[in-house]
Design a protein. Structure first.
Length: 287
């Protein structure tokens, strides 16, 4: 196998893009905890990145057969046979050990939080997808833990209001984030036997449910601005403006046909989270 093929296989097997974005949430929590932006963030960032890459690889081992059933996942390395299960398990094991050891240098509790998230994703959330249409709600915990890992790694207490508001912010957004995908890929998930909320609600009903979660996401974003230390007033107001803009966009989306602009809506909520993280980083970088 050529080196480019190896890199490509590892990239897709570990879902590197998604894993990297997860690690960014850890960096956000770390900066908030330490009150500054510097290279000491590398440690928790890499630890979570390795664990997220491991979790994604394990997930593809678990779902190898169902991935073969869905057009959007049939080209994944394990599903198309370009990588063996043995190699994938070895890679996942190495990444998990590396991630745990890197986080362990920031403290036992930090490392255990990382391990808990990996176990929750692979042994709780993944099996739940085939048992309940509402698996994404407990699955939202997977998005809430990484920023808390960053917060604790930076010396913060896990029960601090800033840590809790940060966890809530990233938890709530996970639910509409996944349900928006269903407008485009519900039929594929059904082929794989995954339980879906589209089986419980009509698409118009689901839009209203998603909008309720968007309202909660926006509110949690605004609350975040009150519970963390903001150094510049302009950042404080921009967070509120972005949160209100998110709701305004989804009010318009709510009035469209069920499938109209679902992809753009999915991108919009991702952009919202990225913008909030960037604002926090910029605020602390120039604090």
């Amino acid at each position: 196998m050529h080196s480019s093929s190896v890199i490509s296989s590892v990239y897709h097997l570990t879902k590197f893009g998604i894993s990297f974005s997860v690690a960014l949430t850890t960096a956000t929590g770390y900066f908030l905890s330490t009150g500054k932006v510097d290279l000491t963030v590398v440690n928790p960032f890499l630890g979570v990145l390795f664990l997220a890459m491991s979790a994604s690889t394990i997930n593809q081992v678990e779902e190898k057969e169902t991935d073969k059933l869905m057009p959007r996942t049939q080209k994944r390395p394990l599903a198309n046979g370009s990588v063996s299960v043995k190699v994938a398990v070895l890679l996942a094991g190495i990444l998990a050990i590396l991630g745990f050891l890197v986080l362990f240098s920031d403290g036992v509790f930090v490392a255990l939080l990382g391990l808990f998230n990996l176990v929750w994703y692979n042994l709780v959330y993944t099996p739940l997808k085939y048992r309940t249409a509402f698996a994404s709600i407990p699955g939202g915990i997977v998005g809430a833990i990484p920023p808390v890992i960053g917060w604790v790694a930076g010396g913060g207490h896990i029960m601090h209001l800033s840590a809790l508001s940060l966890a809530l912010f990233f938890f709530i957004g996970q639910i509409p984030h996944f349900w928006l995908i269903l407008f485009k890929y519900a039929h594929e998930y059904q082929l794989a036997g995954i339980k879906l909320v589209t089986d419980k609600f009509s698409r118009e009903q689901l839009k209203r449910v998603i909008f309720s979660w968007i309202m909660a996401t926006s509110l949690s974003g605004s609350l975040l601005a009150f519970y963390i230390i903001i150094n510049h007033n302009v950042v404080f107001y921009l967070i509120h403006i972005l949160s209100v803009s998110l709701v305004i966009y989804f009010v318009k989306w709510l009035g469209n046909k069920p499938d109209h602009e679902s992809s753009r809506a999915f991108i919009t909520i991702n952009a919202y989270y990225l913008a909030i993280m960037l604002l926090i980083v910029i605020d602390y970088a120039f604090g």
